[in-house]
Structure formats: structure tokens, C-alpha cells
Write a protein that binds this ligand. Structure first.
Ligand SMILES: C[S@@+](CC[C@H](N)C(=O)[O-])C[C@H]1O[C@@H](n2cnc3c(N)ncnc32)[C@H](O)[C@@H]1O
Length: 360
């Protein structure tokens, strides 16, 4: 399939060859509903190409930003040969590698979506790339998955570092940890953004939110959950109700901290997931016994109110739940812009060593 990649993406090549904008150009892969892309734009970067294989995501991007070149399709079908961009970003879904103890090279990761991200970096040769993923990537397959990724990206000629950032530290009213793997070349330096001092809580972002569609609980679930106090969880329930609500989880030790969890106005939300009515990750509204609505979800992920989501309710929740919160994305965008802006000040230098820096 790789030999047959189509550049069947309307105007893709032409768009890139226009070269009129002086802003730093970004290719955003796995763009979803645009959380990361909005942040990069807030930072003054020029997102010239976005891709996702989910048609609702691409429709969302096109609806809100008709001028963005958002292309629907499987990344495996895209060719990036001859394309110029300063930055490549993307939150690829995480998959395991079969490595049986060997050091894997670029070609050995073929068949994974990480490979497609790395292939784009290889073909485009950006000055900087940022790969985003769930924080658990650090521990995935006892750290081997991350190590393969760092090795492959380093072999492409980049200085690679990574860090787990919590969106709560960057102006989002949500505890949401994401790993950011950053690569630079030719001596370009990148510094992760500094946390902000003021931490937001739920009431800071849900004030004045407009009504919107959203899921509700069944009558019985609502009856049970109505007994949970703001900030509380299943431990607020009488023992018989705990058993009824939690099923097998009542008897198991782990994985139940999020059950029947009602968020209070005075705390940050727990990580939003792609579906708001999974029992293991309940996030109940502080006052009303229901999950957050679609627009409340969007507020908690810092999307602007004017950002519209296309698709059915489940799709909207998924698009929002998958996103990088816009405040965190903006902080990353500012750090990328700062890195690129110091480029002119750099003396030409010979690179002597490629290193992998692990930061936490
Ligand atoms: C974690 S989400 C990215 C969220 C996005 N960065 C944001 O901030 O809104 C990952 C995205 O990868 C897309 N995706 C999965 N497989 C893909 C493929 N083969 N080609 C293109 N996109 C793909 C999914 O549809 C999903 O929207």
C-alpha cells in the first residue's frame, strides 16, 4: 500500500507550494475536533494541513475553520514527499510493537500509527515535531513502547525529549495528564511551558454555559446517584446500593475510584473520557444528577463557545473527550513558537551527538 500513496487531497501540494505566509507552518496529524490545532493557532502558528480519518472530526474542522486545509482520509494513504512545514504535530493512537527484546528501527514499526507519524517527520523534515499521547504511554509495555518511539525518532536525526504535563497546570479546570514527545534538530532548543500559578476549578469554566444536548441516566441510576454529595463518590451510598451500582467492582480492589463520582464546583474536573456514562469514570454534574452536557464538556476542554461539533451526540462527546485541552495546546504552541523564534539567533553549528533526554 505504501507505494500507492495518493496525494488525492484537494490542493494539498499546491497549498504548500504557495509559500506566501511568513508564519511558521504546521502539519497537524490525527487532528480530531481541533483542540491542539486551535491552541497552535492561538500561539500564532499557521496550521496549513490537518488530517483525520473520522468524517465527523473533519466536518467539525471544516465548519469552524473553512480556510484550514482539513483532509479526510487514512494517514496511511497520504504522501508527504516534497511537502514543506516547520512543525509536525499529532496525537497518534498508541499501539504495541512486537519487539521480543530487539532494538527496533523505523521500518520495524511499520503497520502502527506511530510509524505514520514518524514517516511524516522523515518525509517533511520539520524543524520541530511534537507527538502527544496519553500519560500512560510512559509505562506502556513496561516502558518499552516509549523507548522504541524515542529511538526511532532519534534515528531520524532529532534531539528528542519528553515530558508529562497536567492540563490543570496550564489553565484548564481539569486534571488531565498527557505526554509530549518533542524533537528538534540543528541545535534548536525547546523548553516545555512553565505551569501557571492560578489553578481553575469547575465553577470557573461552567459559569453561564448555555443549554445543550447531552446524555441522561436511567431512572434507577439517577435515584442512586442523587445520594452522592458534590466531591463524593460510591462511598456515599448505603452498602446495598454500593453493591447494586458497582456489581463486580464492589468486590474488586482497584479501578473504582471514579465510580459514582460527583464533581464539586470547587475542584477541577477529573479527566473527561470519550463517553460520559461509563460507570468506571462517572463525572456527575455538581447539582443536577446527570453527566455533563456536550457544551459543558467543551467548556471543560477549553473549546471556545463558538466552536461547533458536527455529528451525533456520541460522536460529539468522543471528539471533545479525545482533544488536547485548548489552554494546554496554547501553552505548547507558545513553546514551539518561542523555539522557532530563537532559530535566527542560533549560530551555525555542527551537531556532534544525538541524545534522548528523559524529563519528568
Ligand atoms: C486523540 S485523537 C486526536 C485529538 C486532537 N489532537 C485534538 O486535540 O483534538 C486521535 C485521532 O486520530 C484519528 N485517527 C485514528 N486512526 C487514524 C488513521 N488511520 N488516519 C488518520 N487519523 C486517524 C482519530 O479519528 C482521532 O480523531
Amino acid at each position: 500500500m505504501l507505494g500507492n500513496r495518493q496525494t488525492n487531497i484537494n490542493g494539498f501540494t499546491n497549498y504548500f507550494s504557495m509559500g506566501e505566509s511568513k508564519k511558521h507552518k504546521v502539519i497537524e496529524l490525527f487532528a480530531g475536533a481541533g483542540g491542539l490545532a486551535i491552541g497552535l493557532e492561538n500561539a500564532g502558528l499557521d496550521t496549513v494541513f490537518l488530517n483525520d480519518n473520522d468524517k465527523d472530526c473533519v466536518a467539525t474542522l471544516k465548519k469552524n475553520k473553512p480556510k484550514w486545509n482539513a483532509v479526510h482520509g487514512d494517514i496511511r494513504e497520504l504522501s508527504f514527499d516534497g511537502i514543506e512545514a516547520d512543525v509536525v504535530t499529532g496525537g497518534f493512537p498508541c499501539q504495541s510493537f512486537s519487539h521480543a527484546g530487539k532494538r527496533l528501527g523505523f521500518e520495524d514499526t511499520r503497520g502502527t500509527l506511530f510509524f505514520e507519524f514518524a514517516r511524516c517527520v522523515k518525509e517533511v523534515q520539520p524543524k520541530i515535531f511534537v507527538a502527544e499521547n496519553v500519560a500512560n504511554l510512559e509505562r506502556h509495555d513496561k516502558g518499552k513502547t516509549l523507548k522504541v518511539m524515542l529511538d526511532v525518532l532519534t534515528d531520524l536525526g532529532y534531539d528528542v525529549q519528553y515530558k508529562v504535563l497536567n492540563a490543570l497546570d496550564y489553565g484548564t479546570a481539569q486534571k488531565r495528564k498527557r505526554i509530549f514527545i518533542v524533537g528538534t534538530k540543528d541545535g534548536l532548543e525547546f523548553t516545555y511551558p512553565e505551569p501557571v500559578k492560578e489553578k481553575k476549578v469547575l465553577k470557573d469554566v461552567l459559569k453561564g454555559v448555555s443549554d445543550s444536548e447531552g446524555y441522561s441516566y436511567t431512572a434507577r441510576r439517577k435515584e442512586i446517584l442523587s445520594r452522592v454529595k458534590p466531591g463524593g463518590s460510591w462511598t456515599d451510598l448505603p452498602i446495598e446500593m454500593q453493591k447494586e451500582y458497582m456489581g463486580q467492582s464492589f468486590y474488586s480492589g482497584g479501578g473504582r475510584r471514579g465510580m459514582a463520582r460527583r464533581i464539586s464546583w470547587d475542584e477541577p474536573c477529573l479527566t473527561l473520557t470519550t463517553s460520559p456514562h461509563q460507570k468506571q469514570t462517572d463525572r456527575i454534574h455538581p447539582e443536577e444528577t446527570r453527566p455533563f452536557t456536550v457544551r459543558e464538556y467543551a467548556r471543560i476542554q477549553d473549546f471556545p463557545d463558538k466552536w461547533e461539533f458536527v455529528g451525533g451526540t456520541a460522536s460529539k462527546y468522543r471528539q471533545i473527550g479525545n482533544a488536547v485541552p485548548v489552554s494546554l495546546a496554547t501553552a505548547i504552541g507558545n513553546a514551539i513558537a518561542a523555539s522557532l523564534n530563537q532559530e535566527n539567533k542560533l549560530q551555525p553549528q555542527t551537531k556532534t551527538e544525538v541524545s534522548v533526554k528523559a524529563k519528568n
